[in-house]
Design a binder for this molecule. Sequence first.
Ligand code: CA2
Length: 143
Amino acid sequence: MAKPVYILNGPNLNLLGTREPEIYGSDTLGDIEARLGARSGETGIVFRQSNHEGELVDWVQEASVDAAALILNAGAYTHTSVALHDALRACNAPIIEVHLSNPAAREAFREQNFVAPLAKGTIAGFGAHGYELALEAALKLIK
Ligand code: CA2
């Protein structure tokens, strides 16, 4: 059976749609999951969120075996996590990084990025639509 696209979301992204809509938009993570599920066709998606670094590491390791591609919004761990970097380095699935906001246009501490060097590409600054762009890129990569 064909492998699904994994979409993993990091810390605080469970709060989407409840606060800071001027930065992150008003869609909830559930809204995004529903849209991506509908657009993924036969490939299908596995969509998850965790506030815990180790759980994200476990899921990246799982995606390495079970995913056709990995779309990752690592949230703040993007800028801090060597553990996630190491897991991504060992990941066999192609990685697409996504961010709702554009970290490069924000605080200086967001300039450090442990994910981008391991990604095929990064989509940032287009809000929730960025996830659809990332899925389109993933589906093209794996077809
Ligand atoms: O823009 C993105 O997608 C980020 O990954 C979001 C992270 C931030 O640390 C990254 O630099 C860029 C923060 C996620 C926080 O999500 C919230 C959503 C709603 C309300 C409060 C936080």
